[in-house]
Design a protein around this ligand. Structure first.
Ligand SMILES: Nc1ncnc2c1ncn2[C@@H]1O[C@H](COP(=O)(O)OP(=O)(O)OP(=O)(O)O)[C@@H](O)[C@H]1O
Ligand SMILES: [Mg+2]
Length: 237
């Protein structure tokens, strides 16, 4: 049974997909067999961000029971395994995510990262229920941090372990401090991913940032986080 981690945020656009892709890639560097799954079925973007917007077999087909999880896995050149979601409305229409955990349980990977839809809804709740643990993604501003409180309460209500909070796009002078964020959320910040101008470039190239710009500030932070999550040491040279 893999370690299943939901990447959640209540607010949209804070960096869940960027974290799923880059943390996932960084985990493969620490020899973890890592699978990332696009559980944002209403607005999938993992396939788009990795240059394969359209695939013949997607998570949707697994959830409908027509294909196995194995058949929906694509192998990225970094070693990362990827299950994208379909962009087609007819693949999304009336799709239930109830059995997501059951399908993911068949994965032979060490770790599964679930990219989720923002907000509190059927999709994010399904990702939460499918997971063993949760990483809460927030930007360092009051509206994002305050809305993360709901995600944390929801995860607690469902008895899920909150592995920690990851602060993304950090480094603006208007940012809340890490101490302020921790004291508002009563959870530990285990990763600080700086604002990185090269993130845009990696999207243009349809590749993970940690692959195309391994020494950029956010790449180093994602590798440090991957090391921390797996009990490894990472020293940037
Ligand atoms: N560390 C960073 N530095 C600079 N830009 C970033 C960083 N992290 C994310 N971004 C940018 O922020 C935008 C939103 O990121 P992303 O798509 O990962 O958010 P999301 O939480 O998945 O959004 P949604 O809720 O819509 O699914 C993207 O344009 C992405 O390139
Ligand atoms: Mg996203």
């Amino acid at each position: 049974m893999p370690r299943i981690v939901a990447i959640l945020s209540n607010k949209g656009g804070v960096g869940k997909t960027s974290t799923t892709i880059n943390l996932g890639t960084a985990l493969t560097y620490f020899t973890r067999d890592t699978l990332i799954v696009d559980a944002n079925i209403s607005s999938p973007s993992i396939g788009i961000n990795l240059g394969s917007p359209s695939v013949p077999i997607a998570l949707n087909h697994v959830l409908r029971g027509s294909h196995s999880l194995d058949e929906a896995i694509y192998h990225h050149k970094t070693g990362l395994k990827v299950v994208p979601s379909s962009l087609k409305f007819e693949d999304f229409d009336a799709l239930s995510m109830e059995n997501l955990r059951k399908h993911l349980s068949s994965s032979k990977s060490d770790i599964v990262l679930l990219d989720s839809a923002p907000g509190i809804n059927h999709e994010s709740l399904s990702a939460l229920k499918a997971a063993d643990e949760v990483l809460v993604i927030t930007n360092p501003n009051l509206s994002s941090v305050a809305s993360s409180l709901k995600t944390i309460k929801l995860a607690q209500r469902h008895g899920k372990e909150i592995t920690g909070v990851i602060v993304t796009r950090a480094g603006h002078h208007t940012d809340m401090s890490i101490k302020e964020i921790e004291s508002m959320l009563h959870e530990q910040v285990i990763g600080i991913i700086p604002e990185d101008s090269l993130m845009h470039n990696s999207l243009k190239l349809s590749q993970p940032l940690v692959e195309v710009s391994p020494n950029s500030p956010a790449s180093i932070a994602y590798k440090q986080l991957a090391a921390a999550l797996t009990g490894m040491n990472y020293v940037h040279r």
